[in-house]
Structures are given as C-alpha cells and as structure tokens.
Design a protein. Structure first.
Length: 217
C-alpha cells in the first residue's frame, strides 16, 4: 500500500512539475466546449449536450493516455520495474488516470454550464449526476490504462491504443450515455448501472492478473 501511494503521489508531482503537459490537456477540454459554443451558441438540446460531452470526455481520456505514453520511456519503465511489483505499478497508474479523467470531465461539465447556461440543465438528482460522472469517467480512465499498458508492448503503441481503447470503451460509452440521459431526461436502461460498475471492476481485475506477464520484454 505504501509503494502504491508513492507511485500515485509521484504521478501527481510529475504532472504538476510539467505544467505545459497538464495545461495542454485542460486546454484540449476547453477547446472542445468552446468549438461547440462557436458553432451554435443557442443550442439547448440536452441529448446533444450528453453525446458531445461524453465524446469530448473520451478524447480527453485518449489525450491523457498519449501524454502518459510519451512521458514513460523504456529506461524509466525498467527503473520502475526494478523498484515495485507489476501489480502495484499498474494499479497505481489506473488510480491516477481514473482521477485525472474524472477531473477533466468535471471541468468540461462546468465549462458547458458556463457557456450554455442552465436552461437545459435540470437533473433529477445532483447526487446521482455526480455519481454517474465519477463512475463513467473512472471506467474510461481504467479501461484506457489497460489498453495503454498492452499497447506499450507493441511497435505501434498509439495505433494499438486507439483500436483497443475504442473496443474496450464501447460498453462504457453506452452505459455512460444511458445513465446521463436518465438523470437529465428520464430514460434510464435498467442494465446501465450494473454495466458501468462492471466496466470499472473487470479491467481492474484483468490488469492485475495479466500485467505481470506483459510488463517485461
């Protein structure tokens, strides 16, 4: 547990030291929302906001993983592999990336409300809305971390990340959009919450089992 926490805190330290990397991800989220505002500043379609918000969150997650891949060189990976167990390493990565994607999605929600107002924004429960954002965002972060850890073992990590990431996140996207639609519009599928929980747990378990066999060349 102590090594896990040191790895998570190290990720925080590295990102806040490299401010250009951190702010590039935040700027990406801002650019997505501002682009929608420039195209149609009077948009009030709740379903459109949900779809665009989830897709924007997805690409922010991919941008986060790409930043992670560029920062971890082969030499750094070997260094970490000699210090900690593979399960500790991958679980710390998943924890931090899940938090980072949650933070980005919350920023995007604030930006959407800032630019477009609250006329379209009438959730049935604020607690359920926040829980949905947390569950959906963490599922994206965990799933993309699993895809990234596999992609880093290949010759084309960015391409493999895109292919594996979309395949792993399709159920997450379905559940995330369905839950948000239920909170904001009132059409929730009964399988949405179990599915989003499964997409948080299964990649976490699979990575802890498979990563020890993948972590070294």
């Amino acid at each position: 547990m102590q090594k896990w926490w040191r790895l998570v805190s190290h990720e925080f330290t590295m990102d806040f030291k490299s401010r250009h990397v951190l702010w590039s991800v935040v700027l990406f989220a801002l650019a997505c929302i501002y682009s929608l505002y420039l195209v149609n500043p009077d948009l009030q379609d709740t379903q459109m906001f949900i779809s665009f918000g989830v897709l924007s969150a997805l690409f922010s997650g991919f941008h986060t993983m790409q930043k992670d891949q560029q920062r971890l060189s082969k030499g750094q990976l070997i260094y970490w592999y000699t210090l900690v167990a593979p399960r500790t390493f991958i679980l710390a990565k998943m924890t931090y990336n899940a938090f980072f994607v949650v933070l980005l999605n919350l920023i995007q929600c604030i930006l959407i409300i800032f630019y477009f107002g609250t006329q379209w924004f009438h959730p049935s429960s604020y607690a359920e809305l926040i829980l949905a954002i947390l569950a959906g965002s963490s599922a994206m972060g965990i799933g993309l971390t699993m895809a990234s850890s596999i992609a880093q073992r290949t010759q084309q990590p960015t391409t493999i990340l895109a292919i594996l990431g979309f395949a792993l996140l399709l159920p997450t996207l379905f559940a995330f959009v369905t839950i948000l639609s239920g909170v904001l519009i009132g059409h929730t599928h009964f399988l949405a919450w179990p599915l989003i929980i499964i997409m948080n747990v299964i990649p976490f378990l699979l990575s802890s089992i498979l990563f020890p066999y993948l972590w070294r060349d």
